[in-house]
Design a protein around this ligand. Structure first.
Ligand code: CAA
Length: 257
C-alpha cells in the first residue's frame, strides 16, 4: 500500500503513522483522513501490532482541517456528504493509539490528537481550536472532547477566543499525559507504545473500552460495565499468566492472539 499523505511503518509491535503534507503543515484534507483510516484499518487487522503511534513533523502535528479544501463548501453538500463524519472512525479503533505532538496542533489537528487515547507533547507543542477566527466552529468532536477534559471555563476561554495553549498549560489542565523535550519526543512516545504493545492485548483493549465508557454514560453504568469487564478477564489465559508470573516472581509472557 502506498500513501501520498502519510508515511506508514512498523517498528516491532508498533504501527507508526507520520502525517506527511509538509507544504501545508500537515493540514488534513479528505485524502489524508481516508489514507489514515486505511492505515489504521491495516493495523487493526494485523495481529503483530499491539499499539499505534500517530505523529507529525517538528513544526506541525497538523495545522487543522484543510481550509483551502473547505473554503467553497456549502451547507446542503456538507450535510448530505456528512462532511467530517469519517474522521470519527479514528476514535472508534479498538487498539490503543498514542498521538506524539510537536509544533502546531490546531483545529482539526488538535481534534485528531484528542481522538487518540492520549497525547505525549513536545515542549514545542501548541494546541488550539481557532475555528472561530475563520467564522466556523470545530466539527470533528473538539468542543465535546476539550470541554470534557478541561471543564467549561477553560473550554469557553479557548473556544470563544480561538487562543491556543502551550504544552505546559495543556499538561496542567489534563489535555496531555506528559511533556518531553522536543528532540526526545519520538523516542519517548515509541517507548510508551512498545510497553503497551508488550502487555496482554485483551487487557489493553478492555481497559480502553472501560476508560471510554467514563465519557459515554453515567458513573453507575460505567462502574457496572467496568466490573463486568473485570469479571470477564478471568476467562483469558493472559490473566492466569499475568497473575501467575507475579506470584512466581517472573516476567509475564503474554500470548498475541
Ligand atoms: N489548511 C490549509 N493550508 C494550511 C493550513 C490549513 N489549516 N495551515 C497552514 N496551511 C498552509 C498555508 O496556507 C501555507 O501554504 P502556502 O505556503 O501555500 O501559503 C503553508 O501551510 C505554511 O503555512 P504558513 O505560511 O501560514 O506558516 P506560519 O508558520 O506562518 O503559520 C500557522 C503557521 C499559525 C499554523 C498558520 O499556518 C495558521 O494559522 N494556519 C491555520 C490554522 C487554523 O485556522 N486551523 C483550523 C482550520 S479549520 C478546522 O480545522 C475545522 C475543523 O474543525 C475540522
Amino acid at each position: 500500500m502506498t500513501y501520498q499523505t502519510l508515511l506508514v511503518e512498523q517498528a516491532g509491535a508498533v504501527g507508526l503513522v507520520t502525517l506527511n503534507r509538509p507544504e501545508a503543515l500537515n493540514a488534513i484534507n479528505t485524502q489524508l483522513i481516508d489514507e489514515l483510516n486505511q492505515a489504521l484499518d491495516g493495523f487493526e487487522r494485523d495481529p503483530a501490532i499491539g499499539c499505534v503511534l500517530v505523529t507529525g513533523s517538528a513544526k506541525a502535528f497538523a495545522a487543522g482541517a484543510d481550509v483551502k479544501e473547505m473554503a467553497t463548501l456549502c451547507f446542503p453538500g456538507t450535510y448530505l456528504d456528512d462532511f467530517l463524519g469519517r474522521w470519527d472512525r479514528v476514535a472508534q479503533r479498538r487498539k490503543p493509539i498514542i498521538a506524539a505532538v510537536a509544533g502546531h496542533a490546531l483545529g482539526g489537528g488538535f481534534e485528531l490528537a484528542l481522538m487518540c487515547d492520549f497525547i505525549i507533547a513536545a515542549d514545542s507543542a501548541r494546541f488550539g481550536l481557532p475555528e472561530v477566527k475563520l467564522g466556523v466552529i470545530p466539527g470533528a468532536g473538539g468542543v465535546q472532547r476539550l470541554t470534557r477534559l478541561v471543564g467549561r471555563a477553560k473550554a469557553m476561554d479557548m473556544l470563544l477566543s480561538g487562543r491556543s495553549m502551550d504544552a505546559f498549560e495543556a499538561e496542567r489542565c489534563g489535555v496531555v499525559a506528559r511533556v518531553v523535550p522536543a528532540d526526545e519526543l519520538l523516542e519517548e512516545a515509541m517507548d510508551s507504545a512498545q510497553r503497551i504493545a508488550a502487555q496482554s492485548r485483551t487487557a489493553v483493549m478492555m481497559l480502553k473500552e472501560c476508560v471510554n465508557r467514563v465519557d459515554e454514560g453515567s458513573l453507575a453504568e460505567g462502574l457496572r460495565f467496568e466490573r463486568r469487564m473485570f469479571q470477564a478477564v478471568f476467562a483469558t489465559p493472559d490473566q492466569k499468566e499475568g497473575m501467575g508470573a507475579f506470584i512466581d516472581k517472573r516476567k509475564a509472557e503474554f500470548g498475541k492472539a
